[in-house]
Write a protein that binds this ligand. Structure first.
Ligand SMILES: Cc1cc2nc3c(=O)[nH]c(=O)nc-3n(C[C@H](O)[C@H](O)[C@H](O)COP(=O)(O)OP(=O)(O)OC[C@H]3O[C@@H](n4cnc5c(N)ncnc54)[C@H](O)[C@@H]3O)c2cc1C
Length: 367
């Protein structure tokens, strides 16, 4: 396994649980703040504006997160709902609605006044409405990775942290993985290197620099009970999201509005005033009483495929011993439990528990 972030830690757990021998390698000590899986919270939702093709994978992910919660006695998901905000006839609300109906998901369309009555911190703009997905909420990424890794180890998985993999090459019936110090032969390799995927496979990814900022709130309306997470599409097309105050302030991020780079090494890791200004502007619009001083800003990365959909597949031709996962285009955490299980199934030559055809390799580039 190359990469032990969201997808890799889940895959490691599922392979180990099957009884197969498995080694996971990560360039850092997981969980860490240099990839795509940090910053306290991730939104988990089923009324999925990204498309109804995700519903089986999302349902499976919820089941697996709850199984992990039961096995570990650690709470990972907090399902108090999530608001998808925008024009009622806008793309985001309409697609989320379609998904909610298709998936029989508990939901309600709320006017701006209804949102205000239920969640007093929220101030929707004239013309905006919200779809409330009652099965949604937030999930804690670092805690999930840690729990997957610990349970993988309990099932016999070995891990090497702080160990960058230098190369991964296919021989006739096995794969050779090289680090600075070692050389491993494996019958299968699961490649979950996130933003670094292109170091090993010609996935047409663009790496996006994204920031999250936490703002001090004023009053008691911004904890998870009264302030569910939101995702929002403004009339300009700008997308953003926010998560409730879990003790450090409200968290705000812009979605698919960041600078693009060909490789994580090219991402600017300095925080600019503009990063905070944009997040503050959004907060002032939607949750004005929470728009206090900025307490913290972090940098993170999206690994975007050309169509912004997931990739979960074997490599092609002679490279079928390598299984690729993640490249989740900024919306992959919630499903990572099921992505990991699917990758493990492909590596073990078993049938995945959900249909992976929407997530197959779909670009002309081949090795
Ligand atoms: C700011 C932000 C907000 C987001 N919000 C949401 C959300 O609300 N809901 C949601 O569902 N998703 C969200 N996402 C997306 C989601 O977090 C990611 O899709 C997911 O975490 C990606 O997981 P991954 O396993 O692909 O990558 P990562 O977790 O980054 O894992 C890749 C791992 O590979 C390792 N690696 C790389 N190269 C090597 C090498 N050469 N040798 C060894 N190890 C290597 C890295 O160190 C890393 O640990 C968000 C992402 C960001 C950045």
């Amino acid at each position: 396994m190359i990469g032990l972030g969201a997808a890799g830690s889940a895959a490691l757990f599922h392979v180990a649980r099957s009884g197969a021998s498995v080694l996971g390698i990560d360039r850092f000590v997981s969980p860490h703040a240099y990839g795509s899986t940090h910053s306290e919270s991730r939104i988990i939702r089923k009324a999925y504006s990204e498309g109804i093709q995700y519903l089986p994978l999302l349902n499976r992910a919820y089941t697996l997160w709850s199984e992990l919660e039961n096995a570990s006695a650690i709470k990972l998901m907090h399902l108090g709902g999530c608001l998808t905000i925008g024009r009622k006839d806008g793309q985001m609300v309409q697609s989320a609605w379609k998904s909610a109906v298709a998936g029989n998901i508990r939901h309600q369309i709320l006017s701006s006044d209804e949102v205000r009555r239920r969640y007093p911190g929220y101030h929707l703009q004239p013309g905006q409405a919200a779809l409330m997905d009652f099965e949604a909420g937030y999930i804690q990424p670092e805690r999930c990775v840690r729990t997957h890794l610990r349970h993988a180890a309990m099932h016999g998985a070995q891990c090497r942290f702080g160990t960058p993999v230098q190369s991964c090459s296919v021989r006739q019936d096995h794969v050779i993985v090289k680090t600075d110090l070692d050389r491993f032969a494996a019958s299968r390799v699961i490649l979950t290197a996130g933003a670094w995927m292109q170091d090993f496979a010609p996935v047409p990814l663009m790496i996006e620099r994204v920031t999250n900022s936490w703002f001090q709130t004023n009053g008691s309306n911004f904890g998870p009970e009264l302030c569910p997470p939101f995702i929002m599409e403004e009339d300009s097309g700008l997308k953003s999201y926010g998560c409730p105050d879990l003790g450090r302030g409200i968290k705000i991020g812009l979605h698919h509005a960041g600078q693009l780079a060909a490789h994580p090494g090219e991402i600017d890791r300095t925080i600019a005033a503009e990063d905070k200004i944009q997040a503050h502007r959004i907060l002032k619009t939607i949750l004005p009483e929470a728009a206090g001083i900025c307490r913290k800003t972090t940098i993170c990365m999206y690994s975007n495929t050309p169509d912004q959909h997931y990739l979960i597949d074997r490599m092609y031709g002679d490279h079928q011993h390598i299984i690729i996962g993640s490249a989740c285009s900024g919306h992959g955490f919630k499903a990572s439990s099921a992505v990991g299980e699917s990758l493990a199934a492909l590596a073990l030559d078993q049938s995945p528990s959900v249909d992976l055809s929407p997530f197959k390799w779909r670009w002309p580039t081949k090795i």
